[in-house]
Ligand binder design. Structure first.
Ligand code: SAH
Ligand code: SF4
Ligand code: F3S
Length: 472
């Protein structure tokens, strides 16, 4: 048994991270033979991508995928800690699984992901959730076969969570959800320690992958016919800062663009590390998409300071205006937290003013949620939930209006769309995304799936566009 430890999770030790190759040990290969698995994924793209690795590992062990949770032999929850509701959803699901296990004694239940890194969660599992058979964390995803085997051999609850980040694991198998667009991790962890955020504790220290490993993975994706790659990290702009080869995000972006993959995206960008050189590279390569997710969190410099974001409102606006001036038709999205401890009506109005200026193409808005052990959770928070909900409502009214306005600008224009799939029950046949990451629904033939085509926009809604395949 190895339990999470917050003290260790907070430490940042300078020693070099080692690179380890994943080996799928042959003795485990029949572990899941004749059995099925059901994987539930909560949280961000990082978790979605980890789930692509987990599925591949389980299938190497002989498990097959089962869409219906009730029918599966193994149910695994890949969890998220970012806000209380993500946390509650996972515990709610454990309640259902406990119930299911009463009639299905052989059901195997596992929990992994960011919640597994929380001391409080693991203690609660130890005390109250005997239905959970095994737990592993974000640093030892690759031990899944061994942990599962240990549980099957001993019938005991297995908990193996490391709080000190492990080595970088290369060569993990991956079962990609899409045949056309792919996630590629470029940097793990986060060293920013924004005061409200749990991620630096659940994902550990910032660790960049070697450029050779990243480029090799993308070259293979090109060979396999992929149209789009998204470079992933909690803060991709910090790429390379932990390596000693003076090779940074702008260099990587340029080399990825040169692989000639038709579309390159990256997320998430922390405004602090966004350099002029990055803007130059984005401007120079047409296959780097004009879409930037640039979380602001608040429009009040006082609150930004309390959040530990390292920029003021003015710094942010200067950066945003520079990006808008240099990259034609760029689309910018953001994240905003309302109700951070001590946020006054005046602070909140500054956020509204900032939103009026930035006219975001998209925004993810959240009510602040106190997270275990973070510095902000110790601050006095006197604003009522009702007040916070009202602020969120007022903010959403404004941001939504700008989403619609930015979509309306595209009406009658012809845009490039990567056709991603069929609409199962929508009114139109197909859907896809523009270079600026806007969803477009349109009629067309299935054979277009996976291609980048011209679509003329006929109608704009708040969260999507309607279009018609362009004849020209
Ligand atoms: N690394 C990214 C953010 C990852 S988390 C960045 O720095 O931009 C995604 C979003 O969740 C954050 O941008 C923030 O808006 C929100 N978030 C994080 N912690 C939160 C908390 N404790 N309460 C509410 N929202 C939170
Ligand atoms: Fe969290 Fe801040 Fe790191 Fe983003 S940059 S993951 S908000 S600590
Ligand atoms: Fe959630 Fe962990 Fe991502 S906390 S948002 S799954 S990094």
């Amino acid at each position: 048994m190895q339990l999470p430890n917050y003290k260790q999770a907070k430490q940042r030790i300078k020693e070099n991270v080692k690179i380890e190759n994943y080996e799928n040990s042959a003795i485990y290969q029949e572990l899941g033979s004749g059995k099925t698995y059901h994987l539930k994924t909560y949280g961000c793209q990082m978790n979605e991508h980890d789930s692509e690795n987990i599925e591949a590992m389980l299938e190497q062990l002989g498990f097959t995928k089962e869409e219906n949770m009730e029918a599966a032999d193994l149910v695994l929850l890949n969890t998220c800690s970012i806000r209380e509701n993500a946390h509650n959803k996972a515990f709610g699901m454990l309640g259902r699984l406990k119930h299911l296990k009463e009639t299905k004694k052989d059901l195997i239940v596992g929990l992994c992901g960011c919640m597994a890194q929380e001391e409080g969660v693991v203690n609660e599992i130890l005390e109250k959730h005997k239905e959970v058979n095994f737990v592993f964390g974000t640093h030892n995803l690759h031990h899944l076969p061994q942990i599962l085997k240990k549980h099957l051999d001993t019938s005991q609850q297995q908990i193996e969570v490391f709080s000190k980040e492990g080595n970088l694991i290369e060569g993990l198998p991956v079962k990609r959800t899409s045949k056309h667009k792919a996630y590629v991790n470029i940097i793990y962890g986060c060293d920013k320690f924004c005061t409200y955020c749990i991620v630096p504790y659940t994902r550990g220290k910032q660790r960049s992958r070697k450029k050779e490993d990243i480029l090799k993975e993308i070259q293979q994706l090109v060979k396999d016919g992929y149209q789009e790659v998204t470079l992933l990290g909690q803060n991709v702009n910090a790429y390379g800062k932990d390596l000693e080869n003076n090779y940074h995000m702008e260099d990587l972006l340029e080399d990825v663009a040169k692989t000639n993959i038709p579309r390159v995206r990256f997320m998430t960008s922390h405004p602090w590390d966004f350099t002029d050189k990055m803007i130059e590279v984005i401007e120079k390569y047409p296959n780097i998409m004009p879409f930037i997710h640039l979380p602001v969190q608040s429009g009040s410099s006082r609150i930004l300071k309390l959040m530990g974001r390292r920029y003021t409102k003015e710094d942010y606006l200067t950066l945003l205006d520079k990006i808008r001036n240099r990259i034609p038709n760029v689309s910018i999205s953001t994240d905003i937290i309302v109700g951070f401890p001590g946020e006054t009506e005046e602070d909140f109005k500054e956020t509204l003013d900032l939103v009026e200026h930035c006219k975001y193409d998209n925004a993810y808005t959240f009510i602040y949620s106190a997270r275990e052990n973070t510095p902000a959770s110790k601050l006095l928070d006197e604003t009522s939930l009702k007040e916070k909900e009202e602020r969120l409502y007022r903010l959403n009214n404004i941001v939504n209006q700008y989403f619609l306005e930015s979509n309306q600008k595209l009406v009658d224009k012809v845009v490039k769309v990567l056709v991603e799939g069929k609409n199962e029950n929508g009114k139109t046949d197909l859907y896809g995304y523009t270079d600026t990451n806007k969803l477009v629904n349109f009629d067309g033939d299935d054979t277009l799936i996976g291609q980048i085509i011209d679509v003329k926009i006929t109608n704009a809604k708040t969260w999507s566009l309607d279009g018609k395949i362009s004849e020209c």
